[in-house]
Design a binder for this molecule. Structure first.
Ligand SMILES: [Zn+2]
Length: 96
């Protein structure tokens, strides 16, 4: 599995991220996980050329290789892990 650097945009709710671009490391891709009704959106060519046409069919499954670019996938993983940490912390506080 490839690990891309994910950086949340400061001052936001944690739904938009800069995600490392392997082809252009100096210019990360902007990812918005809430865009397209939760399908996510990215500025990369893969998303624009392949993913967006695939998810126009709203019955396509979310977060598969054909409906999510590597950048949206990396941002979603980042979001999930931080949300999980928050839920675990709340759970632990309730037990004490
Ligand atoms: Zn992308």
């Amino acid at each position: 599995m490839i690990t891309l650097k994910v950086t949340p945009l400061e001052g936001e709710l944690g739904l938009r991220y800069h995600v490392e671009s392997r082809s252009d490391p100096e210019h990360p891709n902007l990812v918005d996980l809430a865009a397209r009704f939760g399908w996510g959106e990215c500025v990369c060519k893969d998303w624009q050329c392949n993913i967006w046409p695939a998810i126009r069919d709203e019955t396509a499954p979310r977060f598969t290789k054909t409906t999510t670019c590597d950048h949206v996938s990396a941002a979603a993983k980042y979001f999930f892990l931080h949300a999980l940490d928050g839920v675990i912390e709340l759970h632990n506080q309730q037990e004490t």
